[in-house]
Design a protein around this ligand. Structure first.
Ligand SMILES: [Fe+2]
Ligand SMILES: [Fe+2]
Length: 474
């Protein structure tokens, strides 16, 4: 399953054998590049960046690294190989062969799932568009661009499915994916978190830790799909996603490390003193964490959703690690607990599990996202500092589902509007927090040099040294 780079659009799907599809995608390609020039990384056109490119879809050694001029990156279409005889492993169609074509009755729902996933990919590139101007090192600049080009490739992955399997409406959807803009009042991206700003590198690392991890969970659920081309497309996307979350986890970890070093060296916990030393105090990091965690868990959707039930029962979208679960994979008659506010208290309600599958996926996500936070805490603990970072209660700062708009503190108490207003600046980044973090941002371009507010990484990319010239500005 090696990838053919001799073609205009690199692919491992034998695109050349389907001339109509090939022509349609070659028509979309310049539109994509136009979008990249306009909305992709600011001022990056002349840079040579040490990027990895997929050369095969085999789990071992699929990546090749070299300096690439940014707009010359070879975006392509890569699916994991067909598994002979794959069967649908959940829902009403459980046990039937996986579909190689879109079943007519599920067409609209499948298209909606693919468009919603596809829309997040260019959205994050737009959100991160200006960050290159303030990268804390060449190493970080390279990681940002790696994430950006791969999100661009994820858009290609979804557009391929739309073009190949959804005819005219698929082609129209592919066009609108290049027309919506993150944060645009008139034509925003589909999901809330993808219309927020990512104005600084603390936000970027929180985004890649928390929000790219939402991507992982959505992709894992789609990788179970009865629609085999979707399952195979998302599986390969997942191999790329792992790096994005690494960038986030290690990025926040390095910021925490730098702050902890300053706290020890100067024997202070005072945010003002630490800020004067040019590092980001831990309470500010906690507030950014609260923000990104809460807007990200909204992405899983309403806690009770008949769409979620339909997507599952019809075999379109499974659960995280569906195959590893030991239940009947149909879930009829089973229940799950969701939260609501009643009489000033958070209460659990049992609802049909099929309708609660968004909540099931959200809870799986929450369990996973706590892991990295604990690793950040290890850094703080090692420095002998009593402070601990913590993910807020899942009812905190929610805007979707039964908890939307409820006033709940990070530790899970239902509170009054007045208490919320009095504390919100301790719980979520305030204007002055954001202004302070922004004041630290400035581009560092010497190989091996790092901005003062972030520690260098333990090692470089692809076994290169940390002081490697990951980006050449020309
Ligand atoms: Fe992605
Ligand atoms: Fe990602």
């Amino acid at each position: 399953m090696s990838i053919d780079y001799g073609q205009k659009i690199p692919n491992n799907v034998d695109l050349a054998s389907d001339k109509v599809l090939q022509r349609a995608l070659e028509h979309w390609q310049p539109e994509y590049l136009k979008w990249w020039q306009e909305m992709g990384p600011d001022d990056s056109q002349a840079m040579d960046v040490y990027l990895r490119t997929a050369v095969s879809v085999e789990p071992s050694g699929w990546a090749h690294f070299e300096h690439v001029k940014m707009p010359d990156y070879r975006w392509g279409i890569f699916l994991t190989p067909l598994e002979g005889e794959r069967r649908i492993n959940f829902g009403d169609h459980k046990g039937e062969p996986a579909w190689q074509e879109v079943p007519g009755e599920h067409r609209a729902n499948l298209r909606r799932l693919i468009v919603t996933q596809g829309d997040t990919e260019p959205a994050s590139v737009e959100q991160q568009r200006h960050l290159g101007l303030t990268a804390p090192s060449l190493y970080d600049l390279r990681n940002l661009f790696q994430v950006n080009v791969e999100e661009g490739r994820h858009l290609w992955a979804m557009v391929y499915l739309l073009h190949k399997y959804f005819g005219r409406d698929g082609r129209e959807e592919a066009e609108t994916l290049l027309e919506r803009r993150s944060g645009d009042v008139d034509n925003p991206r589909i999901l809330g978190a993808f219309n927020e700003k990512t104005p600084d590198w603390l936000s970027f690392f929180m985004f890649t830790y928390f929000t790219d991890r939402d991507g992982k969970y959505q992709l894992c659920a789609l990788a179970e799909s009865g629609f085999d081309p979707l399952a195979r497309t998302t599986r390969f996307m997942l191999t790329e996603e792992a790096h994005h979350m690494f960038v986030g986890e290690s990025g926040v970890g390095r910021i925490v490390q730098r702050t902890a070093e300053a706290m020890v060296k100067h024997r202070t916990e005072s945010p003002d003193q630490l800020r004067a030393l040019g590092v980001i105090d831990l309470p500010t990091i906690q507030r950014y964490l609260n923000f990104h965690f809460s807007v990200t868990i909204d992405l899983f959707g309403a806690d009770e959703s008949s769409n979620a039930a339909t997507f599952y029962s019809t075999g379109l979208k499974g659960r995280f690690e569906e195959g590893k679960r030991s239940d009947d994979h149909q879930l009829r008659g089973q229940t799950y607990k969701v939260l609501a506010v009643s009489n000033g208290q958070l209460v659990e309600r049992e609802v049909p599990m099929l309708n609660a599958l968004n909540e099931v996926l959200r809870d799986d996500y929450i369990k996973d996202s706590v892991g990295g936070v604990n690793r950040w805490n290890k850094v703080i603990e090692k420095a002998g500092i009593p402070f601990r970072l913590v993910t807020p209660h899942k009812a905190f700062h929610r805007n979707i589902g039964a908890l939307a708009g409820a006033k709940v503190s990070p530790d899970g108490r239902v509170i009054s509007e007045a208490e919320w207003n009095a504390n919100v600046d301790h719980w979520l980044p305030s204007g002055s927090d954001r202004a302070f973090v922004a004041s630290l941002m400035g581009r560092v371009v010497e190989p091996g040099q790092f901005a003062n507010w972030i520690a260098p990484p333990m090692m470089g990319i692809n076994r290169q040294p940390v002081n490697f010239d990951y980006v050449r500005f020309n």
